[in-house]
Write a protein that binds this ligand. Structure first.
Ligand code: ZN
Length: 165
């Protein structure tokens, strides 16, 4: 067995927690399953992907990702309410989810969910974490070579590569 390190075309499992510089954790995988992603396919923000490169299983480290390498800069727009009925039924809506909409001139528009309040969904054209420097604590918990299908699709098919979609 050679020891593997994180590189492109590998499926990586990480545990992470995220704060915005004040140590108050706003998101963590610790109470869930590890995050599974395909390295080198822009599944995660670029600054984090870059800092995980070459790490080995078991490594724990902190990574500060400036906004420009995270979710980009904010355009300053105030999130606007949209009726829940405009979204597909049966899909759980959460802050940070993106979807495609049509702009006033028929152009494609990416809208991000900022908040869900009962039957109102607040959306804006920037990610809720845009303009923020991201402070991650990372532990690499798994590395395996991606399958051909995973590389072709640009995403992992689950921890073991058997969840085809
Ligand atoms: Zn797929």
């Amino acid at each position: 067995m050679t020891s593997q390190t994180v590189s492109d075309n590998h499926v990586i499992q990480i545990h992470y927690s995220l704060h915005l510089g004040d140590s108050e954790v706003i998101d963590s995988s610790r109470e869930r399953e590890p995050l599974v992603y395909l390295h080198g396919a822009s599944n995660i923000v670029p600054g984090l992907e870059r800092q995980i490169t070459d790490k080995a299983v078991g490594e724990k480290f902190s990574a500060v990702v400036p906004a420009a390498e995270g979710y980009g800069e904010t355009d300053g727009a105030t999130p606007q309410p949209v009726d829940r009925n405009n979204f597909p039924e049966g899909v759980e809506l959460d802050a940070g989810m993106a979807f495609q909409a049509e702009g006033p001139d028929g152009e494609d528009l990416t809208l991000w969910i900022h908040e869900v309040q009962d039957d109102q969904v607040f959306v804006a054209t920037h990610h809720p974490l845009a303009g923020k420097d991201l402070h991650f604590d990372i532990e690499v918990v798994g590395i395996r070579a991606a399958t051909e299908d995973e590389v072709a699709h640009g995403h992992p098919h689950g921890p073991d590569g058997d969840q085809v979609h």
